[in-house]
Design a protein around this ligand. Structure first.
Ligand code: SF4
Length: 356
């Protein structure tokens, strides 16, 4: 059995808008191993959520996977290349069987995903019953146990209550309980603590870590805040402008940073202490300039317009990826200067010939 639970290769996604085509992801490669916690980090618009929505087949109607492969336990989740209605219907049915069952989801705002007129018990158990995991009565018992597990007191009574009767932190705990109900192999948590106050944030992150470790569940934690992932994640992948900038273990990202954008992000948070414990929180540093316009993005490095180290080659050529260790890579021309020099010389020659 492969160690890789989810393996995304060369994923490119775009959206058709009245203004033109938005290239949201370009050639994204990332993976998460069984039982591992991966942090997916980047600013708003970097492509974090689009990556995960692509995996779940939940892109907006104007979105499409242009190319690439998304293997989940060896099963292809990408619909790229499927064209006939029958193929697409079969594919969607397969995804429906995976969503909420083998892949659980936790979103930022629980109220968006909870039905205000259904009791918590009904919402917690419907996935178990719909996926044929157990009878309604067994599901109710399991739901009660799950509420207890995520720290909701008096779960028997709470199962019969409605979402408005719970605080924001309790609702997020219930979403975690619902996501774990079917015992998924992978849990995707998209900014799960952004709407919560700092104390509750820490509790929810601890809860996710504890449950994931206990059940051997892999987790992808999507966040714009490196401080959040500091003490929680085994590995971190940093996205910018729809491309992966850097990926590595938490220690590599925090202490052996290679990519200028990751460095910029790190300047916004105090680094982990040397014992690896606790993370300090902070806001994103104001890196001069704005994120790239994905309607007009070119093939070079997406960070070129804001990077103090940018060179001539950075605007024209996709940065080469350099390996710094078995798990540590960065896409930046700073580490391939020889190759960069050859490309620029060839480009200059070509322009010279055209001018002659
Ligand atoms: Fe900066 Fe160039 Fe590296 Fe991009 S490739 S991060 S522009 S040095």
């Amino acid at each position: 059995m492969s160690e890789r639970l989810l393996d995304i290769r060369g994923l490119s996604v775009s959206f058709d808008t009245p203004q033109g085509t938005v290239r949201a992801l370009r050639d994204v490669n990332l993976h998460v191993n069984r039982g591992e916690i991966l942090g997916l980090v980047g600013e708003s618009g970097s492509g974090k959520s689009v990556t995960m929505l692509s995996c779940l087949g939940l892109l907006a109607r104007n979105g499409r996977i242009d190319s690439g492969s998304i293997l989940f336990e060896g099963q292809e989740l990408s619909a790229a290349g499927l064209s006939s209605r029958a193929e697409l219907r079969t594919h969607e049915n397969m995804l429906r069987g995976i969503r909420g069952n083998r892949i659980g989801m936790i979103f930022q705002d629980p109220m968006t995903y909870m039905n205000p007129v259904l009791s918590i018990g009904t919402q917690l158990t419907e996935g178990l019953v719909a996926h044929g995991k157990c009878s309604r009565q067994e599901a109710w018992q399991k739901g009660t146990e799950l509420l207890r597990k995520v720290g909701i007191s008096n779960p028997e009574r709470r199962m019969r209550q409605y979402p408005y009767e719970f605080s924001g932190g309790q609702r997020q705990r219930m979403i975690i309980a619902a996501a774990l109900a079917c015992e998924p192999q992978l849990l995707i948590a998209d900014e799960p603590t952004t709407a919560l106050d700092v104390t509750v944030q820490a509790q929810i992150l601890d809860l996710i870590r504890g449950l994931a470790r206990e059940n051997g569940t892999a987790v992808i934690l999507i966040t714009h805040d490196l401080g959040v992932v500091a003490s929680l994640c085994d590995r971190i992948t940093v996205l910018y402008g729809g491309k992966v900038c850097e990926t590595g273990t938490s220690d590599e990202i925090f202490y052996e940073t290679k990519h200028p954008y990751t460095e910029g992000l790190l300047q916004s948070v105090a680094r982990r202490d040397s014992t690896g414990g606790g993370s300090a929180r902070g806001t994103l540093v104001s890196i001069p300039g704005s994120p790239p316009d994905l309607l007009r993005i070119r093939d070079g490095c997406p960070f070129a317009a804001r990077c103090e180290a940018a060179m001539k080659i950075c605007r024209d050529y996709v940065p080469a990826v350099t390996d710094f260790g078995p798990q540590h890579t960065a896409a930046c021309w700073l580490y391939c200067k020889e190759r960069a020099g050859e490309l620029v010389a060839a480009q200059d020659r070509e322009r010279g010939e055209q001018n002659d």
